[in-house]
Structures are given as C-alpha cells and as structure tokens.
Design a protein around this ligand. Structure first.
Ligand code: GTQ
Ligand code: FE2
Length: 353
C-alpha cells in the first residue's frame, strides 16, 4: 500500500481537484484540519458564589419572575460565549426565586435537574406534585414533564439548574410549551414520590419507561439522607474511599439502578479533612457545586480554591486532583449517562482504568 493518504503530495492537480469539489460542498478528508482526539475546546472555569449572589439579588430587583419566566444567570463556558452552554453537552444556571413568586408552568424536551443552594420554602411542582426544596437537595425534572416553581417561604431561594439542552440542540429536537395555568393542578399528594420510590421499594405496577419516561420516578434526593450516608461511610467503611474521588456515590434511578436521566449523571462525594486525591481524568464533562465545606481542585491551568456553592466546570479529558483541608461535600452532574449508554465514556486514574 502507498502512504499517499497519510502525506499527500501537494501537486497542482490535487490543489485544483480540492478547489473544484469545494463548489459541490465536498472536502477531501486528507486535508482535514480539525484535530481528532479526546477533549474539547472547552476550558475549566470557576464561578464563585460570593460573586454571583449579589448579582442574583440585583437581577431580582430589575426583572420580575413573571417577566423573566425563569430568573437565571447562565454560566457560559469562556470558550462557548453566546451558546448559553457550560460545556458542549450541558447547560448550567443559577436561579433565584423571591418569597411569593411563581415561575410559570412549562415543559420542554430537555431534562433538568436542580441542586438547591440556599433558602427553604420553595417547591418545584413536577407531574402534579409539589416537591419541597431544601439546601443540598437534588431534584429531578424529567424531559417533557410540566414544571413550575414557587416560593412559599420568607427568604429568597437559590438553586443551580442543570439541563441537557445541548443534546436537544444537537439533534434539532428542542420542543417547548407553556401550560395554560401558571401553577399546574396538583394531582398527587405531597411526599408521594418519596413514599412510593424513596425507600428501596416500588409500587406494584411500576415499570421503567423509555425516552423521557426513562428518568427516575424518584423526583427528590434529600440532602440529609445523602450527607448522613456519606459521613457514615467515612466513619464505618474507610475501605470504600476512592484514591481520586474520596467517598463518592452516584444518584441512582431506584427502578433501574441506572442514572436519574438518560443523558445526565449526578453524584455527591465526601472529601474527608486532609484528603489528597490522585490525578484523574475521564471523558465526561462535569459541573461541580460545593454543598458544604471547601476544597481545592488542581488543574493543568492552576489550582482553584472552591468555597461553599462555588461552581466549577471540568471539561472532558482534563486531568484534575481533589484536596480538602476540612470535610467537603461536593455535588456534581455530568454527561456520563449519555456517554456510557453510547459507548464513549473512558477514565484514567488511580481508582479507574
Ligand atoms: O426552571 O424550568 O435554568 O426551563 C433553564 C431552563 C431553568 C426551569 C433553566 C428552564 C428552567
Ligand atoms: Fe424548564
């Protein structure tokens, strides 16, 4: 075999050929300029909560929830300005809702998750049920489920939204509609998602669905349970520690053992005081949010200090290591569910492959 396709001779005839086929929207693969390899153009980036909190408050003074529909500050990857995406595959925003406000009901094909940052008294209504939100809770909004938010308390409530909108954009399959009522009718009693799906039991007739119905039937994973389990794990099962991730658990769809969404995975990890994790990378694009405590993330570009509620995006195939001087609970979500389902996911590090 000749090596012609590896190092093509730049003859005049070939140059003429390339110019000629260009008019037909054809391009020679042997002249391809984009690098093929793991990783993307996205860069790691940090959004300190201390910076964002006053801006959320200002936004609340400038635009009403109703006017804004959703009062969200969108965290855009510095390499994706104008896209509204935090990575090629994920959307992340910080949403604030004031006492008495309602975010009108709508539904869309992208799936959404909430990670509650601050304040109590708010709810998200999903599929006819109001899910109370407390700091540290992880809340599931399946794709195409009606959802509206409200704040029945007396202080602002802030949470982080994570959506798989870039998948809908990639496929050209973004559908969206408003509900006729601002607040959807309530058809299920408070707490039913936890009663029916939150105790390692399932209703008799329950069968996991496909597509948007593949999402977890458990719509809330309360923080007190998750943090208690991680602290107990560190106390009683020290051998469960991972050399790169500390004590890390993933949120599971209780009906399948899979991820809570077809696209997105979510995790909570405990970095115990004094933890120094090994260098790790995987293909997943991950968004971290410090639930409690503080930690350091060592990246090729430098060390990021993370305080409570700071948001950090670590794009796929970036090496990082985690360190903590005090116990740190670190929430994250990523596109790992989609990558694993489609056969793309890989990892490298002391605990992995
Ligand atoms: O709360 O329904 O940050 O639909 C972006 C899109 C939040 C929401 C976002 C949304 C929502
Ligand atoms: Fe929404």
């Amino acid at each position: 075999m000749q090596a012609a396709s590896v190092n093509p001779p730049q003859t005049a005839a070939l140059a003429d050929f390339s110019a000629e086929i260009s008019a037909l929207h054809l391009s020679p693969l042997w002249e391809r300029k984009v690098k093929l390899g793991p990783g993307s153009a996205c860069v790691p980036a940090l959004w300190p909560y201390a910076r964002m909190r006053p801006l959320l408050e200002r936004a609340a003074g400038l635009i009403s929830k109703k006017q804004a529909d959703r009062r969200v500050l969108v965290m855009e990857n510095p390499s994706l300005r104008g896209s509204s995406f935090i990575s090629n595959s994920l959307f992340a925003g910080l949403q604030i809702i004031l006492p008495g406000e309602v975010a009108p009901s709508h539904r869309h094909s992208p799936s959404a998750l909430r990670f509650v940052v601050e304040g109590s008294g708010a709810y998200t209504a999903v599929d006819g049920e109001r899910i109370p939100m407390h700091p540290g809770d992880f809340v599931v909004t399946p794709g195409w489920a009606w959802h509206d938010h409200g704040n029945l308390g007396d202080a602002p409530v802030v949470w982080m939204d994570g959506l798989d909108t870039p998948f809908a954009s990639l496929f050209g399959a973004h559908f969206r509609e408003n509900h006729p009522a601002d607040s959807q009718p309530l058809t299920r009693p408070h707490g039913s998602t936890l009663h029916l799906h939150g105790a390692n039991m399932l209703p008799l007739a329950y069968a996991p669905g496909q597509g948007p119905d593949a999402a977890s039937p458990l719509l809330v994973y309360p923080f007190d349970r998750v943090s208690a389990v991680l602290l107990a794990l560190a106390r009683d099962c020290p051998q469960a520690i991972d050399p790169a991730q500390g004590y890390k658990l993933r949120y599971a769809n209780p009906a399948t053992g899979g991820y809570p969404f077809a696209t997105m995975a979510a995790f909570m990890q405990l970095l115990p005081r004094g933890y120094h994790g090994g260098s790790y990378r995987s293909t997943e694009n991950a968004v971290f949010n410090v639930a409690q405590g503080s930690c350091r993330v060592r990246l090729a570009s430098g060390v990021q200090q993370l305080q409570a509620h700071d948001v950090l995006v670590v794009p796929g195939w970036e090496s990082y290591s985690l360190e903590a001087d005090e116990d740190c609970l670190l929430f994250s979500f990523s596109d790992r569910a989609a990558q694993q389902a489609l056969g793309f996911w890989r990892e490298e590090g002391p605990g992995g492959a």
